[in-house]
Structures are given as C-alpha cells and as structure tokens.
Ligand binder design. Structure first.
Ligand code: ATP
Length: 216
C-alpha cells in the first residue's frame, strides 16, 4: 500500500482515485490547475495545491520525488500529460502511473517513462460489455492477454454435476480453483464435489475456453 501519493489532475478519475486512496489510509496530495477543483477537495485530502504541473519549478518544489507513487490523471490534454510524465521521470519519481485517452497516447506515455499506463474508460467499457454479455459473470481479472480468472454464478449445465463429471479442464481449458456456497468459501474443491444452483465458481483458464463455458 503506497503511503504518500500525489495525483495530478483532479477530474472525475483523479478525484475518485484520490478520495479512495485517502480513505484507505494514504497521504494524498491533489494538484490541479483549477481552483474550484482543488477547493472541493481541501477538506478531504492531506494536501491540495492549485498549480500548473507542466511548470518545471512547480514539479520540483512540490517534493514529488519523495512520493511512493505519482499519478498523472490528465486525459484530454495529451501534451501536458506527456510533459508532466517526462518531468516526473527526470526528477526520479519511483512509480509513475499515467492515464491514457487513446492507444497512441498510451504508447507515448510508456516511451517517456510511465511505469504503468492505465486506460480507465476503455477498460470500464470492456468490463461492462463482459457483464452484459454474460449475466452470470460476477468478476473477472485479466492475468495475461490469453488467461483470466473469472467468478461466475453456477446455472444451467453446471448445476447438479460433480466437478469430475463436468470435466471443465478438458472441455474448456478451465480449472475451478475455489467455490463459494452461501457464506462458505471452499478453497480446495474436490473432484466429487457436486455443484449446486447459485454456487459461485472461481475459474482460471484460457479466455477462449472461459468464453465458451459462459455462453453454453
Ligand atoms: P476525467 O477524469 O474527468 O475524465 P479527463 O481525462 O477529461 O478527466 P482532463 O479534463 O483533461 O482529463 O483533466 C483532468 C483534470 O486535470 C482537470 O481538472 C484539469 O484542470 C487538470 N489539469 C489539466 N492540465 C493540468 C496541468 N497542466 N496541471 C494541473 N492540472 C491540470
């Protein structure tokens, strides 16, 4: 858990991130060009600063080098986002996370030194599309381009059979790593456990197989 975090750009994404990290116990410094953005968070964050972060003096004087993580949460002004990322890299910030508004913006951010590039709008669109297409999908985590962990509510063909009978590993390249029944979590599923309607299965596998399994 990062202790000292700075968020540059307090738009919708930056504000939500800043508030959440502060609630979770981090010391958050919020920086924005606009006074009203900064004033709105003055009583919520550890520190707020109204400043233009493309100004090199500002970046140096704020002591951002001592932060565990600095997030550049500016999407629409691509040049500002790139300049700020370069300056943060120059002063030796350990962990720079920058928000991209397009693939090209993301590639440029990587090139100028962002340790991690995030695409909140794109990722949220993908996430919501997945939930819409598969109503039983509760959660998914992308492990790589080809592999994911998903959490699905057991329904249809999954119900009333043992894990051995379902044979998901051979049929869908998917492994049940845990399942939840009511409040009880079973972290060591056995081959002869029978799946009941409403159980929540946690599966790891190849996306292709997991997609097939959900559309069955
Ligand atoms: P949202 O998170 O709302 O989708 P966005 O991706 O559209 O935001 P912008 O509106 O470009 O991003 O910027 C987010 C915030 O960053 C704004 O509040 C803006 O005032 C601030 N900002 C833009 N440029 C700078 C800068 N040079 N220095 C500091 N803050 C800036």
């Amino acid at each position: 858990m990062p202790k000292d975090v700075a968020i540059i750009g307090l738009g919708r994404f930056g504000t939500s991130l800043a508030k959440t990290l502060q609630q979770m116990g981090a010391n958050v410094m919020g920086i924005d060009l606009h006074e009203e953005r900064v004033n709105g968070l003055a009583n919520v964050l550890t520190q707020v600063v109204q400043a233009d972060a493309t100004d090199e003096h500002v970046v140096k004087e704020l002591g951002l080098r001592n932060c565990d993580t600095v997030v550049v949460a500016i999407g629409s002004n691509v040049s500002a986002s790139l300049l700020i990322t370069v300056m943060l890299k120059d002063i030796g910030v350990k962990n720079i996370i920058s928000k991209a508004s397009s693939d090209l913006h993301g590639r440029a951010l990587k090139l100028v030194g962002a340790d991690r590039v995030v695409f909140p709008e794109r990722d949220m669109g993908v996430r919501i599309a997945k939930y819409l297409v598969s109503p039983n999908l509760l959660e998914y985590i992308e492990l790589s381009r080809e592999h994911s962990i998903i959490e699905v509510t057991a329904a249809g063909f999954l119900v009333g059979k043992t894990l051995r009978q379902l044979d998901l590993r051979n049929r869908y390249d998917a492994n049940v790593i845990a399942y939840r029944r009511g409040n009880r979590m079973n972290l060591a599923p056995r081959a002869d456990d029978t799946i009941e309607e409403g159980d929540v299965l946690v599966l790891v596998g190849r996306n292709e197989g997991l997609d097939k399994l959900q559309s069955k």
